[in-house]
Design a protein. Sequence first.
Length: 338
Amino acid sequence: MDSTVSIIVPCYNKGAYVASAIESALAQTHTCEVIVVDDGSTDGSLNEIKGFDRRVRWVTGPNRGGCAARNTGVDMSSGNYLQFLDADDILPPEKIARQLAALMDAPEGAVAICPWSFLHDNGCIDPPDPRAHWRSYDTGLALLLDLWLLGGLFPTHTWLVPRALALESGQWNTDLAADQDGEYFGRILVRAGPALFCADTSVQYRHPPEGAVSRDKSRRACESRMQAFETVAERILDVQDDRTARRACLSRMQAFETVAERILDVQDDRTARRACLSRIRKTAYALRDFEDMVAQAAAWERRLSVVDLSPSLPPVARLLIGLLGIRRGLAARSLLKS
Protein backbone atom coordinates (compact mmCIF):
# COMPACT_ATOMS: atom_id res chain seq x y z
CA MET A 1 0.00 0.00 0.00
CA ASP A 2 1.15 3.53 -0.77
CA SER A 3 2.80 4.91 2.38
CA THR A 4 1.75 8.56 1.95
CA VAL A 5 0.62 10.12 5.21
CA SER A 6 -1.45 13.22 5.96
CA ILE A 7 -1.07 14.87 9.37
CA ILE A 8 -4.19 16.87 10.27
CA VAL A 9 -3.90 19.59 12.92
CA PRO A 10 -7.14 21.26 14.12
CA CYS A 11 -6.51 24.49 16.03
CA TYR A 12 -8.70 26.72 18.14
CA ASN A 13 -7.01 29.33 20.35
CA LYS A 14 -3.79 27.38 20.86
CA GLY A 15 -1.44 30.22 20.01
CA ALA A 16 1.00 29.23 22.76
CA TYR A 17 1.32 25.68 21.47
CA VAL A 18 0.42 25.35 17.79
CA ALA A 19 3.86 26.25 16.40
CA SER A 20 5.47 23.45 18.42
CA ALA A 21 2.86 20.97 17.25
CA ILE A 22 3.39 21.92 13.60
CA GLU A 23 7.17 21.75 13.99
CA SER A 24 6.85 18.21 15.34
CA ALA A 25 4.75 17.25 12.30
CA LEU A 26 7.25 18.77 9.88
CA ALA A 27 10.17 17.09 11.68
CA GLN A 28 8.95 13.56 10.86
CA THR A 29 11.65 11.35 9.35
CA HIS A 30 8.98 10.09 6.95
CA THR A 31 7.89 13.05 4.82
CA CYS A 32 4.22 13.83 5.38
CA GLU A 33 1.57 16.18 4.08
CA VAL A 34 0.73 18.59 6.93
CA ILE A 35 -2.70 20.24 6.97
CA VAL A 36 -3.66 22.81 9.61
CA VAL A 37 -7.30 23.83 10.05
CA ASP A 38 -7.78 27.02 12.07
CA ASP A 39 -11.23 26.84 13.67
CA GLY A 40 -11.92 30.55 14.03
CA SER A 41 -9.17 31.30 16.56
CA THR A 42 -9.16 34.76 18.17
CA ASP A 43 -5.87 34.58 20.09
CA GLY A 44 -3.29 34.95 17.32
CA SER A 45 -3.11 31.25 16.48
CA LEU A 46 -3.68 32.02 12.81
CA ASN A 47 -0.59 34.24 12.68
CA GLU A 48 1.47 31.37 14.09
CA ILE A 49 0.04 29.06 11.42
CA LYS A 50 0.73 31.54 8.62
CA GLY A 51 4.39 31.52 9.61
CA PHE A 52 4.56 28.01 8.11
CA ASP A 53 2.85 29.13 4.90
CA ARG A 54 5.14 27.38 2.40
CA ARG A 55 5.58 24.21 4.42
CA VAL A 56 1.98 23.35 5.33
CA ARG A 57 -1.45 23.63 3.78
CA TRP A 58 -3.78 25.65 5.95
CA VAL A 59 -7.30 26.97 5.94
CA THR A 60 -9.33 29.10 8.33
CA GLY A 61 -13.02 29.71 8.89
CA PRO A 62 -15.67 30.27 11.57
CA ASN A 63 -15.56 28.29 14.80
CA ARG A 64 -17.42 25.02 14.31
CA GLY A 65 -15.63 22.72 16.75
CA GLY A 66 -12.74 20.31 16.62
CA CYS A 67 -14.68 17.50 14.94
CA ALA A 68 -15.71 19.74 12.03
CA ALA A 69 -12.11 20.96 11.73
CA ARG A 70 -10.81 17.38 11.55
CA ASN A 71 -13.41 16.51 8.91
CA THR A 72 -12.28 19.51 6.87
CA GLY A 73 -8.68 18.33 7.18
CA VAL A 74 -9.59 14.84 5.99
CA ASP A 75 -11.42 16.31 2.99
CA MET A 76 -8.34 18.36 2.11
CA SER A 77 -5.90 15.48 2.58
CA SER A 78 -4.52 13.00 0.05
CA GLY A 79 -2.50 10.54 2.15
CA ASN A 80 -3.28 6.83 2.32
CA TYR A 81 -2.79 7.04 6.09
CA LEU A 82 -4.24 9.61 8.47
CA GLN A 83 -2.52 11.05 11.54
CA PHE A 84 -4.50 13.44 13.75
CA LEU A 85 -2.54 15.85 15.95
CA ASP A 86 -4.19 18.26 18.36
CA ALA A 87 -2.58 21.69 18.31
CA ASP A 88 -1.14 21.37 21.83
CA ASP A 89 0.38 17.89 21.48
CA ILE A 90 3.74 16.67 20.13
CA LEU A 91 4.90 13.86 17.83
CA PRO A 92 8.45 12.50 18.14
CA PRO A 93 10.37 12.60 14.80
CA GLU A 94 10.28 8.84 14.19
CA LYS A 95 6.62 8.27 15.12
CA ILE A 96 5.17 7.97 11.61
CA ALA A 97 8.11 5.99 10.19
CA ARG A 98 8.04 3.37 12.92
CA GLN A 99 4.31 2.84 12.79
CA LEU A 100 4.36 2.65 9.00
CA ALA A 101 7.06 -0.01 9.20
CA ALA A 102 4.79 -2.09 11.44
CA LEU A 103 1.78 -1.61 9.16
CA MET A 104 3.54 -2.42 5.88
CA ASP A 105 3.49 -6.18 6.53
CA ALA A 106 0.19 -6.21 8.42
CA PRO A 107 -3.17 -7.43 7.11
CA GLU A 108 -5.51 -4.97 5.44
CA GLY A 109 -7.31 -2.68 7.87
CA ALA A 110 -4.62 -2.83 10.57
CA VAL A 111 -4.12 0.26 12.73
CA ALA A 112 -1.09 1.33 14.78
CA ILE A 113 -0.97 2.79 18.29
CA CYS A 114 1.86 3.71 20.63
CA PRO A 115 2.67 4.73 24.23
CA TRP A 116 2.10 8.27 25.46
CA SER A 117 3.24 10.54 28.27
CA PHE A 118 1.83 13.69 29.82
CA LEU A 119 3.55 16.91 28.75
CA HIS A 120 3.29 19.81 31.20
CA ASP A 121 3.48 23.52 30.41
CA ASN A 122 6.71 23.82 32.38
CA GLY A 123 8.37 21.44 29.90
CA CYS A 124 8.38 18.41 32.18
CA ILE A 125 7.35 15.09 30.65
CA ASP A 126 6.01 12.35 32.89
CA PRO A 127 7.51 8.87 32.43
CA PRO A 128 5.25 6.54 30.40
CA ASP A 129 2.69 4.81 32.61
CA PRO A 130 2.15 1.38 31.02
CA ARG A 131 -1.35 -0.08 31.10
CA ALA A 132 -2.60 -3.62 30.55
CA HIS A 133 -3.89 -2.61 27.11
CA TRP A 134 -0.48 -1.34 25.95
CA ARG A 135 0.02 -4.32 23.64
CA SER A 136 -0.94 -5.58 20.21
CA TYR A 137 -4.30 -7.21 19.54
CA ASP A 138 -5.42 -9.60 16.82
CA THR A 139 -8.40 -7.34 16.14
CA GLY A 140 -9.32 -3.75 16.84
CA LEU A 141 -12.51 -4.97 18.50
CA ALA A 142 -10.52 -6.94 21.08
CA LEU A 143 -8.60 -3.76 21.96
CA LEU A 144 -11.82 -1.75 22.21
CA LEU A 145 -13.39 -4.25 24.60
CA ASP A 146 -10.33 -4.10 26.86
CA LEU A 147 -10.37 -0.29 26.79
CA TRP A 148 -14.01 -0.29 27.84
CA LEU A 149 -13.66 -3.05 30.39
CA LEU A 150 -10.45 -2.00 32.12
CA GLY A 151 -10.70 1.74 31.57
CA GLY A 152 -8.15 3.57 29.49
CA LEU A 153 -7.53 5.57 26.37
CA PHE A 154 -5.10 6.23 23.57
CA PRO A 155 -4.93 9.95 22.81
CA THR A 156 -5.80 11.10 19.31
CA HIS A 157 -2.21 11.40 18.11
CA THR A 158 -1.14 7.89 19.17
CA TRP A 159 -3.07 6.45 16.21
CA LEU A 160 -2.06 5.90 12.59
CA VAL A 161 -5.07 4.77 10.56
CA PRO A 162 -5.46 3.69 6.92
CA ARG A 163 -7.48 6.27 5.03
CA ALA A 164 -9.79 3.63 3.55
CA LEU A 165 -10.69 2.32 7.02
CA ALA A 166 -11.34 5.84 8.31
CA LEU A 167 -13.63 6.66 5.40
CA GLU A 168 -15.54 3.38 5.80
CA SER A 169 -16.05 4.11 9.50
CA GLY A 170 -17.52 7.58 8.95
CA GLN A 171 -16.62 11.17 9.78
CA TRP A 172 -16.03 12.71 13.19
CA ASN A 173 -19.41 13.32 14.87
CA THR A 174 -19.94 17.09 15.05
CA ASP A 175 -22.98 16.73 17.35
CA LEU A 176 -20.96 15.49 20.32
CA ALA A 177 -19.74 17.77 23.11
CA ALA A 178 -17.56 15.13 24.78
CA ASP A 179 -15.81 11.81 24.08
CA GLN A 180 -15.50 12.69 20.40
CA ASP A 181 -12.26 10.76 19.97
CA GLY A 182 -13.53 7.76 21.93
CA GLU A 183 -16.55 7.55 19.65
CA TYR A 184 -14.56 8.10 16.45
CA PHE A 185 -11.80 5.59 17.14
CA GLY A 186 -14.33 3.20 18.65
CA ARG A 187 -16.11 3.03 15.30
CA ILE A 188 -12.77 2.49 13.58
CA LEU A 189 -11.75 -0.31 15.96
CA VAL A 190 -14.99 -2.22 15.37
CA ARG A 191 -14.03 -2.47 11.67
CA ALA A 192 -10.26 -2.70 12.07
CA GLY A 193 -7.95 -5.63 11.52
CA PRO A 194 -5.04 -6.06 13.95
CA ALA A 195 -4.18 -3.23 16.34
CA LEU A 196 -0.38 -3.04 16.44
CA PHE A 197 1.26 -1.52 19.51
CA CYS A 198 4.55 0.16 18.57
CA ALA A 199 6.54 0.34 21.79
CA ASP A 200 9.57 1.89 20.05
CA THR A 201 8.00 5.36 19.89
CA SER A 202 5.97 7.49 22.32
CA VAL A 203 3.97 10.70 21.83
CA GLN A 204 3.56 13.63 24.22
CA TYR A 205 0.03 14.44 25.38
CA ARG A 206 -0.55 17.91 26.82
CA HIS A 207 -1.81 17.71 30.40
CA PRO A 208 -5.44 18.90 30.05
CA PRO A 209 -5.67 22.63 30.78
CA GLU A 210 -8.70 24.35 32.21
CA GLY A 211 -11.57 24.18 29.74
CA ALA A 212 -10.48 20.87 28.20
CA VAL A 213 -13.31 18.73 26.85
CA SER A 214 -12.17 15.87 29.09
CA ARG A 215 -13.01 18.01 32.15
CA ASP A 216 -16.45 19.12 30.99
CA LYS A 217 -18.98 17.73 33.50
CA SER A 218 -22.04 19.56 32.13
CA ARG A 219 -25.27 17.77 31.39
CA ARG A 220 -24.70 18.24 27.64
CA ALA A 221 -21.25 16.69 27.91
CA CYS A 222 -22.65 13.78 29.89
CA GLU A 223 -25.36 13.18 27.33
CA SER A 224 -22.78 13.36 24.55
CA ARG A 225 -20.71 10.70 26.29
CA MET A 226 -23.81 8.55 26.45
CA GLN A 227 -24.52 9.13 22.76
CA ALA A 228 -20.92 8.24 21.93
CA PHE A 229 -21.23 5.02 23.90
CA GLU A 230 -24.47 4.12 22.18
CA THR A 231 -23.03 4.53 18.70
CA VAL A 232 -19.95 2.42 19.37
CA ALA A 233 -21.69 -0.22 21.47
CA GLU A 234 -24.25 -0.72 18.75
CA ARG A 235 -21.46 -1.51 16.31
CA ILE A 236 -19.68 -3.77 18.78
CA LEU A 237 -22.73 -5.89 19.37
CA ASP A 238 -23.41 -6.19 15.67
CA VAL A 239 -20.04 -7.92 15.42
CA GLN A 240 -19.63 -9.64 18.79
CA ASP A 241 -22.37 -10.14 21.32
CA ASP A 242 -20.78 -12.27 24.03
CA ARG A 243 -19.93 -11.86 27.71
CA THR A 244 -16.71 -10.00 26.95
CA ALA A 245 -18.45 -7.47 24.72
CA ARG A 246 -21.36 -7.02 27.10
CA ARG A 247 -19.10 -6.62 30.09
CA ALA A 248 -17.16 -3.93 28.25
CA CYS A 249 -20.34 -2.14 27.17
CA LEU A 250 -21.76 -2.17 30.65
CA SER A 251 -18.48 -0.88 32.01
CA ARG A 252 -18.68 1.98 29.51
CA MET A 253 -22.42 2.57 29.78
CA GLN A 254 -23.15 5.89 28.15
CA ALA A 255 -26.33 5.51 26.21
CA PHE A 256 -27.19 1.97 26.30
CA GLU A 257 -30.67 1.06 24.98
CA THR A 258 -29.89 0.77 21.28
CA VAL A 259 -26.30 -0.30 21.85
CA ALA A 260 -26.94 -3.13 24.23
CA GLU A 261 -29.93 -4.19 22.17
CA ARG A 262 -27.68 -4.68 19.16
CA ILE A 263 -24.93 -6.35 21.17
CA LEU A 264 -27.26 -8.96 22.57
CA ASP A 265 -28.82 -9.58 19.19
CA VAL A 266 -25.38 -10.64 17.96
CA GLN A 267 -23.89 -12.22 21.07
CA ASP A 268 -25.89 -12.87 24.22
CA ASP A 269 -23.57 -14.70 26.56
CA ARG A 270 -21.78 -14.07 29.85
CA THR A 271 -18.80 -12.41 28.17
CA ALA A 272 -20.90 -9.82 26.37
CA ARG A 273 -23.12 -9.20 29.39
CA ARG A 274 -20.12 -8.72 31.67
CA ALA A 275 -18.59 -6.19 29.28
CA CYS A 276 -21.82 -4.20 29.01
CA LEU A 277 -22.35 -4.27 32.77
CA SER A 278 -18.84 -3.01 33.47
CA ARG A 279 -19.11 -0.09 31.06
CA ILE A 280 -22.60 0.96 32.14
CA ARG A 281 -21.60 0.91 35.78
CA LYS A 282 -18.50 2.99 35.16
CA THR A 283 -20.50 5.64 33.32
CA ALA A 284 -23.25 5.62 35.96
CA TYR A 285 -20.61 6.02 38.64
CA ALA A 286 -19.16 9.03 36.82
CA LEU A 287 -22.68 10.47 36.38
CA ARG A 288 -23.94 9.48 39.82
CA ASP A 289 -25.36 12.97 40.45
CA PHE A 290 -27.90 12.39 37.65
CA GLU A 291 -30.61 10.13 39.06
CA ASP A 292 -31.99 9.22 35.63
CA MET A 293 -28.56 7.95 34.56
CA VAL A 294 -28.33 5.76 37.67
CA ALA A 295 -31.87 4.49 37.03
CA GLN A 296 -30.93 3.52 33.47
CA ALA A 297 -27.88 1.65 34.74
CA ALA A 298 -29.99 -0.17 37.35
CA ALA A 299 -32.42 -1.21 34.63
CA TRP A 300 -29.56 -2.62 32.59
CA GLU A 301 -28.21 -4.49 35.61
CA ARG A 302 -31.58 -6.22 35.93
CA ARG A 303 -31.69 -6.97 32.24
CA LEU A 304 -28.16 -8.32 31.98
CA SER A 305 -28.54 -10.39 35.17
CA VAL A 306 -24.87 -11.18 35.57
CA VAL A 307 -22.72 -10.89 38.72
CA ASP A 308 -19.49 -8.97 38.22
CA LEU A 309 -17.26 -6.68 40.28
CA SER A 310 -16.55 -4.32 37.33
CA PRO A 311 -12.76 -3.83 37.64
CA SER A 312 -12.79 -0.37 36.04
CA LEU A 313 -14.41 1.13 39.18
CA PRO A 314 -12.46 2.42 42.20
CA PRO A 315 -11.81 -0.36 44.77
CA VAL A 316 -14.51 0.49 47.34
CA ALA A 317 -17.13 1.30 44.70
CA ARG A 318 -16.19 -1.89 42.83
CA LEU A 319 -16.98 -4.00 45.89
CA LEU A 320 -20.14 -2.18 46.97
CA ILE A 321 -21.65 -1.87 43.49
CA GLY A 322 -20.60 -5.38 42.51
CA LEU A 323 -22.34 -6.85 45.55
CA LEU A 324 -25.30 -4.49 45.94
CA GLY A 325 -25.91 -3.11 42.45
CA ILE A 326 -25.41 0.44 41.20
CA ARG A 327 -28.21 2.13 43.15
CA ARG A 328 -27.72 0.50 46.55
CA GLY A 329 -23.96 0.46 46.08
CA LEU A 330 -23.86 4.22 45.55
CA ALA A 331 -26.11 4.72 48.57
CA ALA A 332 -23.81 2.58 50.72
CA ARG A 333 -20.81 4.51 49.44
CA SER A 334 -22.46 7.79 50.46
CA LEU A 335 -23.18 6.43 53.94
CA LEU A 336 -19.59 5.31 54.35
CA LYS A 337 -18.29 8.72 53.26
CA SER A 338 -20.60 10.53 55.66
